[in-house]
Design a binder for this molecule. Structure first.
Ligand SMILES: *Cc1c(COP(=O)(O)O)cnc(C)c1O
Length: 453
């Protein structure tokens, strides 16, 4: 890396009356491991700070502190000990990019190359086709996330026309995904049907038959992160399918098949009632849309799967080009889809963690710190399955120790409740147990066993 020129506006070092050498200062903190331009930024800021405080002697320490702070602020691996399987702030599903031989990330790929003909191929041919195969869809298309999937499907299939949605399903997902706003962006107009708590198929039929309503499709949206309880009624996908216009079901969470054939013991009890792509299509949905990084357990992506002609319309829309994912994601989704098709749930980190037995977790907890083992509960998270708890085990530390655990290297993200810090091992990779062991041992004063939760 070549050294950078010094900045134009140079502060003056009062001891010499000359500008301090930013470049020399930057080199003196090179052992922090940051690239030179970032060292220059730290050095420059340190000089300004030191001059402002009339303390030129502190400049190197300040530069080092700033450089360390920059380094700490980079995206870094952490140990997720929160028990939230799909922790939105920690990147939802943990999925390592291309597995292969470890060199995969440094090589070219056949992303859009046809080995047979030597000509151009399509990135949408392989991973999407494998995902379609795994959920029983005719065809599929992969985009950047589920928000893109819904936007594209509405733009391609209903632009300038109406989309009927139940008033009980006008959801907001974290991060600003709101059905009415996505609809507006797509150029389709929202036709609200029924009421917040009760919507019947007759409400949809009436909306479709209303003169000049011009409804292109019905959109069913999974209430991913909330429930409506009490005096309620909602319309199933099969009822919507009886109305004679296309049905798009935004299932959000990306469960491929309610039978979970990739799990040795079938679906876990807590998955009860979660809509799955295969069953939703079988019930009559023409398309389903879902996320790659929720219950699918892969990288951030969005999938549109279902009728080939409708998928083709989505693929042909100009927005498809703007919303397409890159080779890292396509490659990762291909590995993921192959794991599903091989019925190998243990190759999918999310499913491995979601289904590991409490006994196994308890054994690990005992091994890490015998006196601290505790039973606890994990949650699926990621705006899926609200209210669902998964029995788990981990460690309980008296008091609030989350900040200390977070300051470690690598940081351990734990949760605290009732003045007890819980390290939930369900979301901790077993290979990281030694990290937890030393972090817990290093806590001062020696943590005492807390009441079992
Ligand atoms: C999570 C979710 C989305 C948004 O998915 P992203 O992949 O985060 O864009 C859309 N619809 C539903 C029903 C969801 O659950």
């Amino acid at each position: 890396m070549s050294p950078e020129a010094e900045p134009d506006a140079k502060p003056v070092d009062p001891s010499t009356g000359r500008p301090p050498s930013i470049d020399r200062l930057a080199r003196s903190i090179a052992d922090t491991g940051l690239p030179h331009p970032l060292l220059i930024d730290a050095a420059r800021s340190a000089v300004v700070e030191a001059m402002t405080d009339h303390d030129p002697g502190s400049v190197e320490i300040r530069a080092r502190t700033l450089a360390e702070a920059t380094k700490k602020a980079l995206v870094t691996d952490v140990v997720n000990a929160t028990g939230v399987l799909l922790h939105t702030n920690l990147g939802r599903a943990p999925w390592g990019y291309p597995i292969g031989d470890g060199l995969a990330g440094q090589r070219y790929t056949t992303l859009e190359f046809d080995l047979e003909t030597g000509g151009r191929g399509s990135r949408q041919e392989r991973a999407p086709a494998l995902l379609a195969r795994a959920c029983g869809a005719e065809s599929a298309l992969v985009v950047n996330n589920c928000a893109s999937a819904v936007l594209l499907a509405m733009a391609a299939l209903a632009r300038g026309r109406g989309v009927a949605v139940s008033r009980g399903e006008l959801v907001e997902i974290g991060g600003g995904f709101r059905i009415p706003e996505v609809m507006a962006q797509s150029g389709a107009h929202l036709v609200e049907v029924g009421t917040t708590n009760r919507t019947r198929v007759a409400d949809f039929a009436a909306a479709i038959q209303r003169p000049k309503s011009d409804i292109a499709l019905c959109l069913s949206v999974h209430r991913s992160n909330y429930r409506i309880e009490g005096f309620t009624e909602s319309v199933s996908v099969s009822e919507l399918a009886s109305l004679g216009i296309p049905v798009v079901a935004d299932i959000g969470s990306g469960l491929l098949d309610a039978a979970c054939p990739w799990l040795d013991n079938g679906p876990p009890a807590w998955l009860q009632g979660e809509p799955a792509a295969r069953q939703t299509l079988a019930a009559g949905a023409d398309l389903v849309t879902f996320s790659g990084d929720k219950l699918l357990g892969g990288p951030q992506a969005g999938v549109i799967a279902g009728r080939a002609d409708l998928v083709e319309s989505c693929a042909a829309h100009p927005l498809a080009r703007a919303l397409r994912p890159g080779s890292l994601v396509i490659h990762a989704l291909q590995d993921l889809a192959l794991a599903y098709l091989s019925r190998n749930g243990s190759a999918i980190p999310f499913w491995r963690m979601a289904t590991v037995s409490v006994n196994d977790l308890w054994t690990r907890a005992k091994k890490i710190a015998t006196g601290l083992a505790t039973h606890t509960v994990s949650v699926p998270g990621g705006g899926t399955l609200p209210g669902v708890e998964i029995p788990s085990a981990g460690l309980a530390l008296a008091g609030d120790r989350v900040a200390e655990l977070r300051a470690g290297s690598p940081p351990i993200i734990a949760r605290v409740a009732d003045n007890t810090t819980v390290i939930d091992l369900r979301t901790v990779h077993p290979d990281d147990d030694p990290i937890v062991t030393s972090a817990v041992a290093a806590l001062e004063p020696a943590a005492e066993p807390a009441a079992l939760t």
